[in-house]
Design a protein around this ligand. Structure first.
Ligand SMILES: [Zn+2]
Length: 401
């Protein structure tokens, strides 16, 4: 058996499907091996991957709380395949949709429940909805459904078609209708307790710089009280503040350095409140580095600034720098959805914000150059235009063990 833990949306210059290529090379080296692949649900689930592997399983949950569960599932299905106990056959459906679908909220939580229900049916081995990674310019970008049945091609096709229709029928409801920054701050100020807001578009996990200033500028303009924001990625500011030392007050030019999607830099007089040379945070069971980092304060806004780019996963991205979160009114995190897993434990209210920046939620306007334009939401009903998508099947010939 060959078991691979991959992301599935790796793109290199001139190379649109790095992981499909890796799987194909593994297959060429070991033609008789059972090859199992675990993917992030933000993958491009390409034909090459499904054709060359025996079983491909993506996470079901976004935030990705089920990585270990899926790895166990993959191991057991591949082991049974290697022993000749099951014979996985695949059906793959392209939904002709592009989007981003956090699974903690309706309607996506209900669709994940349907996915699990499909797996409980006789002969179905495993079912995946690959959400896709919308911000990549590749031909196979989009939302796809993949179902494996035990030797029963018809069952795989039927379940894949049913699940594809389920998500397609929910496409309007699945459009992200998050409030913008101004609306979110109006709401947050009126609410009791702690509000946590996700700066969706400046998520380094999706390729954004993590140094956009739109949210911070709005907080400063409003004189936000008892507020925390981070992690801003600005190695130069980390270095300046580290040299100045804890307790120092200095003028800095923060963020907005990486390009037009980051907005303009913001000039602030700040006090250095804390330093950490090797900062890190919890991330789905492991520790993830944030590099050297500083806690600075402007008015009553505490700002975490780091030198290693990452989205915020855990409150210890702040508390690990010494920022006390008790008594705060508002926390703004550079993250799209993963923060929801841990921050919902401390938040009285939490939502994602339609902020400006690199990861635009206007999926109809993303300037793809390699995929066709007949996808939702660029067109309202792509199935009417191009016909209801037929499940495509992938059946491997396996030597019996
Ligand atoms: Zn992901």
């Amino acid at each position: 058996m060959i078991l691979l833990a991959l992301h599935g949306a790796m793109v290199a210059d001139g190379y649109d499907d790095c992981e499909g290529d890796l799987i194909a090379h593994a297959r060429a080296i070991a033609p008789c091996a059972v090859i199992g692949v675990e993917l992030d649900l933000h993958c491009h689930l390409t034909d090459v991957m499904v054709r060359e592997a025996d079983v491909v399983i993506a996470f079901k949950e976004y935030p990705h709380i089920d990585m270990a569960e899926r790895a166990n599932e993959l191991f057991h299905i591949c082991r049974r395949t290697a022993l000749g106990e099951v014979n996985p056959v695949a059906a793959l459906v392209d939904t002709h949709m592009i989007g981003a679908y956090p699974t903690f909220d309706l309607p996506m939580s209900g669709i994940v429940a349907a996915l699990r229900a499909a797996e409980a049916r006789p002969s179905i081995l495993t079912a995946t909805i690959a959400h896709g990674f919308a911000w990549a310019d590749v031909a196979e970008v989009g939302t796809k459904v993949l179902v494996y049945a035990d030797a029963d091609v018809q069952s795989a096709m039927r379940e894949a078609a049913t699940l594809a229709k389920r998500i397609y029928d929910s496409r309007e409801e699945l459009l992200p209708r998050y409030p913008d920054i101004a609306t979110s701050l109006d709401r947050a100020i009126a609410l009791p307790g702690l509000v946590v807001l996700g700066d969706f578009a400046d998520n380094p996990g999706g390729g954004a710089a993590g140094d956009s200033t739109y949210f911070l500028r709005a907080l400063v303009a409003r004189g936000a009280q008892d507020t925390v924001i981070g992690c801003m990625w600005d190695p130069m500011v980390v270095e300046l503040c580290t040299e100045a030392g804890v307790g120092a007050t200095l003028d800095i030019r923060l963020g907005g350095k990486c390009g037009s999607t980051s907005g303009e830099p913001i000039d602030l007089r700040v006090q250095v409140m804390g330093l950490r040379e090797h900062h890190d945070q919890a991330c789905f069971g492991y520790r993830q580095t944030l590099g050297s980092a500083v806690w600075i304060r402007s008015q009553t806004i505490d700002i975490a600034v780091c030198s290693a780019r990452s989205q915020v996963f855990d409150p210890d991205a702040f508390s690990g720098l010494g920022i006390a979160l008790q008594g705060k009114r508002l926390i703004v995190v550079k993250s799209s959805a993963h923060y929801q897993a841990r921050f919902s434990e401390i938040a009285d209210h939490l939502w994602h914000v339609r902020s400006p920046g690199a990861m635009s939620l206007d999926f109809a306007a993303i300037p793809y150059s390699k995929r066709d334009a007949q996808y939702f939401p660029r067109v309202q009903d792509p199935w009417a235009l191009r016909g209801q998508p037929e499940p495509r099947t992938f059946v491997r010939q396996r030597a019996s063990v």
